[in-house]
Design a protein around this ligand. Sequence first.
Ligand code: NAD
Ligand code: LMR
Length: 340
Amino acid sequence: MMSARAIFGGIQRRAFSVSARNLSKVTVLGATGGIGQPLSLLLKLNPRVTELSLYDIRGAPGVAADVSHINTKSTVKGYGPSATGLADALKGSDIVLIPAGVPRKPGMSRDDLFNTNASIVRDLSKACAETCPNANILIISNPVNSTVPICAEVFKAQGVYNPKRLFGVTTLDVVRASRFVSELKGTDPKDEKITVVGGHSGVTIVPLFSQSGHPDLTSNADLVKRVQFGGDEVVQAKDGAGSATLSMAMAGARMAESLLRAAQGEAGVVEPTFVDSPLYKDQGIDFFASKVELGPNGVEKIHPIGEVDSIEAGLLEACLTDLKKNISKGVAFVASNPPK
Ligand code: NAD
Ligand code: LMR
């Protein structure tokens, strides 16, 4: 087992002194699942988290009991689907991570998960809107391109939508891209800061190698495809037992850590994430993933796309077509299936 120091590096000592002044309740909805369990573990190891709240329709108290024995300072509580379980779990949350829902099997697209996961995310979003409307909501459940707009519509209907506080977690695309590039270049992945924009599904995932120190890689179609379809590699390898869980837990924990760093006063924290974005609103696309500077209020600044080469311009065009459909599908779902 790696120590908290090994995972969170040099930030740990500073964070301990900061956390004395900053109480951070982080809640995981879907905490018993393949992502939920390792994510809960990583959050328990994060000294910036002072209260960890774990909710699932099955088994969360058991996961919470297990994780609670880890000798870090935070308290841990598990909640099940009792009459007040979800509201109790959410009360006072600063960050809510949502990996609740079904994962893919080989041969499925993320959109094939829509029928099951749309209503799960809708209902959990309603509970968040009612109980912790000011929390940062981090959506992991697929299809992210649709589940994020679903959450936004639910918050709008409740009159509490704050576009600065809603995030689709696309961190795994960036994690993968840096790893895959480092394999090709023989570099250290931590030095490969690859910009990935768009959405989180197939061709909506657009790596921008030209502005990440590797203009030679934009014409490497195999690499571009590997970044866009990296999730399929894991789905196929797991052969029916689900999709990425461990790498996703690491990516989700990184996104939560970045928000906590920003909330606790660190300037210049930038993460790529799928947010309510002005970048393509003129084309009817309300959400887009790009580099986002985080702050105490959530989204601080959305970076422009920047310069792209002609190959990347083509990738962006394909991305926008699919993304628009995925977003509209989420919006239409809530319009015709409002939460009860
Ligand atoms: P899993 O089946 O192992 O776990 C899902 C958990 O959600 C289960 O414990 C289940 O009981 C719980 N759950 C279901 N309905 C719920 C509800 N209404 N309230 C609370 N909990 C509920 O699945 P997993 O492998 O952890 O994947 C979860 C989701 O994350 C999938 O939709 C998957 O596609 C997605 N995912 C996203 C990314 C990303 O990059 N954004 C990466 C990997 C997986
Ligand atoms: C991923 O990128 O690994 C996830 O979105 C899960 C999946 O279905 O591929």
